[in-house]
Write a protein that binds this ligand. Structure first.
Ligand SMILES: NC(=O)c1ccc[n+]([C@@H]2O[C@H](COP(=O)([O-])OP(=O)(O)OC[C@H]3O[C@@H](n4cnc5c(N)ncnc54)[C@H](OP(=O)(O)O)[C@@H]3O)[C@@H](O)[C@H]2O)c1
Length: 270
């Protein structure tokens, strides 16, 4: 970390949207503290260093309090200019069938870790009157999510939380951005057990690099929220604002219910 380059902290940066977002910041002159749980974070950090950025990888399981504390300890004493709280997982399937431990893991990472990290990072930013926090929300935040119910609820939490914080810090010099990708080509659906057997998992998906590029622009502009990705994702975001919840729930069922994968068509959002 240098005195001259700004610093971005990005969680879930070993792959997918988080890796591409880290690359955006690195290519725009930021040094990075990047987090993920698994060892592939080290190779991701090597790739990011090719941009010329200084990159510090911090492996930590953010589902745990200890993991959150380890990551916060790694940035103690540093000025974090941007914190992108991006790490997240899903779990597909009927709620009556999913393992309670998997439901809890979604909540622990997507909700609990996000709140635990946001408070000290935001406190420091508000105290110095500068900084940006970004949350990876989803178009899923805008709709009930049958067969992905805990995940969509977790993203509704993130979206509401981000928008509330955005208003709280208005005028402090700190900005909060929540960005909402649609269905994006990452490991997400495989990890969620939805890759092969759901229409959402088998549909054509957005490029995570495009999502990250648009998210980067929204974050540096300090926009409160942005639907990121293809025109399809933006259309989903527009529809999400106006359709009744019951209609959105029925549509989501057609995309996320196991067994819908064979007649793959355009997806909605994860
Ligand atoms: N893909 C989509 O369609 C889509 C759409 C809208 C929103 N999103 C959101 O985008 C964000 C990134 O997801 P993605 O699609 O890029 O999926 P991804 O490729 O699976 O990336 C997830 C990242 O989170 C990390 N992670 C997972 N569990 C973790 C833990 N316990 N502690 C720390 N890091 C952990 C992963 O690292 P490890 O491998 O080390 O676990 C990885 O770096 C998530 O919040 C997701 O909800 C995705």
């Amino acid at each position: 970390m240098t005195d001259t380059r700004p610093l971005a902290l990005i969680t879930g940066a070993s792959a997918g949207i988080g890796y591409e977002l880290a690359r955006q910041f690195a290519e725009h002159g930021y040094d990075l503290v990047v987090n993920a749980e698994d060892e592939r974070l080290e190779s991701a950090a090597r790739g990011l260093r090719e941009t010329g950025a200084r990159v510090r990888p911090v492996r930590a399981d953010l589902r745990t309090r200890e993991g959150v504390e380890r990551l916060l300890a790694a940035v103690e004493g540093l000025t974090v200019d941007v914190a992108a709280l991006n790490a997240g997982v899903g779990r597909g399937g009927a709620f009556v069938d999913t393992d309670p431990a998997d439901d809890q893991a979604v909540i622990d990472l997507n909700v609990t870790a996000t709140v635990r990290l946001a408070k000290p990072l935001l406190r420091a930013m508000v105290a110095r009157g500068a900084g940006r926090i970004a949350f990876t929300s989803s178009v899923a935040a805008m709709m009930p999510g049958p067969f992905q119910s805990v995940y969509n609820a977790s993203k509704s939490f993130v979206q509401s939380f981000a928008e509330a914080l955005g208003e709280e810090v208005r005028g402090t010099g700190v900005t909060i951005t929540s960005f909402m990708p649609g269905v994006t080509e990452t490991d997400f659906f495989r990890r969620a057990g939805m890759a092969d057997d759901t229409r959402m998992g088998t549909s054509r998906k957005d490029d995570p690099a495009q999502v990250a590029e648009q998210a980067f622009t929204a974050i540096v502009k300090g926009e409160r929220k942005a639907v990121t990705g293809s025109l399809k994702a933006k259309a989903m975001g527009a529809a999400g604002k106006v359709l009744p919840d019951g209609v959105k729930a029925a549509a989501h069922r057609k995309l996320a219910e196991p067994g819908t994968g064979e007649d793959a068509g355009p997806g909605s959002g994860a």
